[in-house]
Design a protein around this ligand. Structure first.
Ligand code: PEP
Ligand code: MG
Length: 519
């Protein structure tokens, strides 16, 4: 979260004291306002336990002792953003040392609140991402998709995060935006925060703080080499990929926003294998209306014309929050109320999306796909809602198009039940990011589990094989839209297992077509 960015220790001049004290009090008031709003929302949704935590955070932010210690440090010419962190750390250490489990657990709460006040003071609260006006490398403990979505285009030169892995959403977003990212650096982030310049190598996965001239020259050389390598792949962009023994493999793009559609076509996308609709709406504070969704889906359908565009319905939950959706805090969000589970429980959210997709389908070749399915009952329920929406739209006299319905295979349950699901689906798309995390019981965002974050594991490969076999028997195609689809080492294996379509961050398309053509 952006409020976990840490400013360096700073001092102030003597004549700035009273202005800095006022700034500190304004920052506390702003944080209290945000925390109180969250507390109120939680109470409103009946979540007393979580609300109490926020009530405690409000009390801490307003604590007069904390304020007076910070004031004293500011009068001694320490900047308030440093002072509040130092005082917070002192309180946290005192709590952690207590022989009382409850109090010790409050240490992180104190750090969190002090961090929020400090971030407010340095303008590094979440609002800072939206107003970023200088192209910058962004450093954070973690970046949620809703954070990355707020960054104005062209303003992020690179990401460096303490947490995360190849398949966490910060990496996925970075890859499709063509932004270098180094994730999962752990405590090294603290060092990076002290630097004024960073050289980021997203290909090899490391960053250099305050690089010297020779390092800068080396990074520039490699950057040019990468551009040349990409130019060398240009001839593959608009090729129809076919293996040497004649198997045709469609290569499509994953999209996170309607505005990426033209660019994806330029990279040679033969369609959209995954349109992550939840990313579309993350830069806003409220949910979009049916009309706004319709406009977004129609725009993509029009850009792609006859080419297929697979629209995945909302996959909120896990590491993806959606502003405007009342998502109760969960112990295990990745095993929680996400994807189709949430959509089926909230028809007020789901039906406008289905209506928008059906209406937009009259302008192109749209297909719909449901995420996180674990049993055929969910598919049936979702299809029933879709048909209900179609019937109502027709009664209203609205124009609707045909849409094929497919299922994401991203849980072991779906892969194991693939034969049953195939009977009622028009296509499958394997989400290897989640399939790996659920098969290997390894959180996709946990940087310590890198070894277990690859689809190249016998259990995962076997589930992919079973899925392809069930699809082949039912006569339906199987795509892969997880990050494995664009991974040069995985492409030959996926094709060998029977996958018929690969969908990836658009800049990876020419290379994938080249690899397929040489198989
Ligand atoms: C996946 O799980 O592989 C997938 C493509 O979906 P997401 O990364 O959005 O969870
Ligand atoms: Mg997924």
């Amino acid at each position: 979260m952006p409020h976990e960015l840490r400013p360096g220790r700073k001092t102030i001049s003597g004549d700035a004291v009273s202005a800095e004290l006022s700034k500190f009090h304004r920052a506390v008031a702003a944080v209290v306002k945000t925390l109180s709003a969250t507390e109120e929302r939680l109470r409103h949704s009946g979540d007393e336990e979580q609300a109490e935590i926020f009530e405690y955070h409000v009390e801490m932010a307003e604590d007069p002792e904390l304020a007076s210690e910070v004031e004293e440090r500011v009068r001694n010419l320490e900047s308030p953003e440093s002072a509040v962190l130092a005082v917070g750390e002192k309180y946290a250490a005192e709590l952690a040392a207590k022989d009382n489990e409850y109090l010790a657990a409050r240490a992180d709460d104190v750090r969190d609140v002090a961090g929020q006040i400090s971030a407010e003071l340095t303008g590094q609260g979440s609002a800072a991402l939206e107003t970023l006006a200088t192209p910058s490398v962004i450093l954070a403990r973690s970046l949620a998709p809703s954070d990355t979505a707020r960054i104005p285009r062209g303003m992020a030169l690179g990401f460096v995060t303490a947490e995360g892995s190849r398949t966490s959403h910060v990496s996925i977003m970075a890859r499709s935006m063509g932004i270098p990212a180094v994730v999962g650096v752990g405590p090294a982030l603290e060092e990076a925060l002290k630097a004024t310049t960073l050289a980021v190598d997203g290909t090899r996965g490391y960053a250099v703080t305050d690089p010297d001239g020779a390092t800068v020259a080396e990074f520039e050389r490699r950057s040019r080499a990468l551009a040349e390598e990409r130019a060398g792949l240009d001839e593959y962009r608009h090729l129809e990929a076919r293996t040497r023994d004649g198997r045709r493999i469609e290569v499509a793009a994953n999209l996170g926003s309607a505005s990426d559609a033209e660019g994806a076509l330029g990279w040679g996308a033969e369609g959209v294998g995954l349109f992550r609709t939840e990313f579309l709406f993350m830069e806003r504070d409220e949910l979009p209306s049916e009309e706004e969704q319709y406009e977004a889906y129609r725009a993509v359908a029009k850009v792609f014309g006859n080419k297929p565009v697979i629209v995945r319905t909302l996959d909120v939950g896990g590491d993806k929050d959606l502003p405007g959706v009342d998502q109760p805090p969960e112990e295990n969000p990745f095993l929680g109320w996400r994807g189709i589970r949430m959509s089926l429980d909230t028809p007020d959210l789901f039906e406008p999306q289905l209506r928008a997709i059906l209406r937009a389908a009259s302008h192109g070749n749209l297909k719909v796909m449901f995420p996180m399915v674990v049993e055929v009952g969910e598919l049936r329920a979702a299809k029933e809602l879709l048909e209900g929406c179609r019937a109502r739209l027709k009664r209203e006299g609205a124009e609707v198009g045909p849409v094929e319905v497919g299922v994401m295979i991203e849980t072991p349950a779906a892969a194991i039940c693939a034969a049953e699901l195939a009977e009622e689906s028009a296509f499958f798309s394997i989400g290897t990011n989640d399939l790996v995390q659920y098969t290997l019981a390894a959180d996709r965002g946990n940087e310590r589990l890198r070894r277990l974050q690859s689809a190249d594991h016998p259990a995962v490969l076997e589930l992919i094989r079973q899925t392809c076999e069930a699809a082949r028997a039912a006569g339906i195609p199987t795509g892969v839209c997880g990050e494995a689809a664009g991974d040069p080492e995985m492409i030959p294996k996926l094709v060998a297992l029977g996958v018929t379509e690969l969908s990836m961050g658009a800049p990876a398309i020419p290379r994938a077509k080249k690899i397929v053509s040489e198989l």
